[in-house]
Design a binder for this molecule. Structure first.
Ligand SMILES: Cc1ncc(COP(=O)(O)O)c(C=O)c1O
Length: 451
């Protein structure tokens, strides 16, 4: 008898992942039948015409095939050749061999130097784990924290479904805390306390809190005071913080800047709250989603627990080596005066400049549509507008109807969570500007007829 659904665990069957759900499946079907579809459902920049950085691809090409430097003389800048040699020397046996479980040491050293430079704080290469994208790091942290079905993890609502899906898969409890849409999706201590108290009433032992900054799907950026408040809250209740900082380079709003949890913790001289911070090569201006590069840094985690984490990571041997090399490219970009610098800077600034313009274009355009209200997209790659629906309709129906009518694929707010009685959708800011303008026009036309 072949494998049947009855053979599978309930946790797997219950796991949902909205950004690749039934609306996307229908979009693929429509596309196959010849319809033109604009995919606004997932933060996958290079699928939406973003070009990879020459710096990253030069170094990766040379790491994969070092002979290229001689076979194609003049094709590569000297600093890209030097970077590839540094990586290869660190791997000892090239990209085709496993590395140690935490990842190649010289790459972890480069990550530590990056954190030191970004935040002006000490960072330890031994507290850094290279992963296949940030997702695998998040899964490792949640695997550590969820020990039994009454263990709970606080997640923001709306949230990125990696968290809800993984908590379900690991049979823990998702403890929702609501972000305040009317206050730029900021967190309030009151909301956190209420959600924790509610979970405790139901017998949930809350172990950790997830914070996504800049936010997916909200596009919000939280400041140092808000972060300090969360650290105090975590300390008071003995929670581990999971700081998802994959959008740290995606801040568009004037006056806003990214602040890391590690820095605020250090500034507060706080050494008793355990922290996992995640970063990725998938976002920012690299957009190297397919290379599955990422890392996490741990702070205030005792040695015996770290040993268990290392054991967990070693079960899958190591993160993929090209992804590790991509992390090196992200954290060790060319410096001013080096041969690749001007090209790197022009490409980086071009991408970030376009994202900033599109963030504004999208929020402004959506806010002109009757029945849609969108907060400013301060960071990350998404807008999460609220939409008024005719009585009895759901956001999933609205999104499906938008897809059928206009060929635009967005994700219903219910996939990320929302205050009951409200309806939202998430769209990325990633389509090229001319396409994004058309997206706004089409949503306007659709909303008029739908209402
Ligand atoms: C908030 C957030 N965290 C993590 C990830 C996972 O990224 P990666 O490609 O590094 O696994 C994403 C991807 O969209 C994300 O939006």
């Amino acid at each position: 008898m072949p494998l049947s659904l009855q053979d599978l665990g309930k946790a797997l069957l219950d796991t949902e992942y909205a950004v690749r759900g039934p609306i996307v499946a229908r979009a693929v079907e429509l596309e196959k039948s010849g319809r033109e579809i604009t995919y606004c459902n997932i933060g996958n920049p290079q699928a939406l015409e973003q070009k990879p950085l020459s710096w990253v691809r030069s170094v990766l090409a040379l790491c994969e095939y070092p002979e290229l430097a001689e076979k194609a003389p003049g094709a590569f800048h000297a600093d890209a050749i030097a970077a590839s040699k540094a990586i290869l020397a660190g791997t000892k046996h090239g990209l085709g061999a496993y590395s140690e479980s935490k990842g190649v040491r010289c790459i972890r050293e480069a990550v530590a130097a990056f954190i030191q430079e970004r935040d002006g704080i000490q960072a330890d290469p031994d507290a850094i784990f290279l992963t296949d994208g940030a997702s695998k790091g998040v899964q490792a942290a949640l695997r550590m924290l969820i020990a039994c079905p009454s263990d709970g993890i606080m997640v923001p609502i709306p949230q990125y479904p990696l968290y809800s899906a993984t908590i379900t898969l690991y049979e823990g409890k998702q403890v929702n805390y609501y972000l305040d849409e009317h206050n730029d999706w900021k967190l309030s201590r009151q909301m956190l306390e209420e959600s924790l108290a509610e979970a405790k009433r139901f017998g949930v032992r809350v172990k950790g809190i997830v914070v996504i900054n800049p936010g997916n799907p909200t596009g919000s950026v939280i400041d140092a005071d808000n972060i300090a408040m969360i650290i105090d809250f975590a300390k008071e209740h003995g929670l581990t913080i999971l700081a998802d900082e994959v959008y740290q380079d995606n801040v568009y709003k004037g006056g806003e800047r990214f602040t890391s949890f590690a820095k605020v913790m250090q500034d507060k001289d706080e050494h008793s709250v355990s922290l996992f911070s995640f970063h990725s090569t998938s976002k920012g201006f690299l957009g190297e989603c397919g290379h599955r590069g990422g890392y996490f840094e741990i702070r205030n985690i005792p040695a015996d627990v770290t040993a268990q984490l290392l054991k967990l990571q070693s079960v899958s041997l190591c993160a993929n080596l090209p992804g590790q090399a991509a992390v090196y490219c992200m954290v060790s970009p060319p410096k001013q005066g080096e041969p690749s610098y001007n090209e790197y800077r022009a490409e980086r600034d071009g991408i970030l400049g376009e994202l900033k313009a599109r963030a504004r274009l999208l929020a402004d355009g959506l806010n002109k549509i009757p029945g849609i209200r969108c907060n400013e997209v301060a960071g990350a790659m998404y807008a999460f507008p609220q939409v008024e629906l005719p009585a009895g309709r759901t956001d999933a129906q609205w999104c499906m109807a938008l897809l059928e009518a206009e060929g635009i694929c967005v994700v219903p707010g219910s996939g990320f969570g929302q205050i009951p009685g409200t309806a939202h959708f998430r769209t990325t800011i990633l389509p090229p500007t001319r396409q994004l303008e058309a997206v706004v026009e089409k949503i306007a036309r659709f909303q008029k007829s739908y209402r």
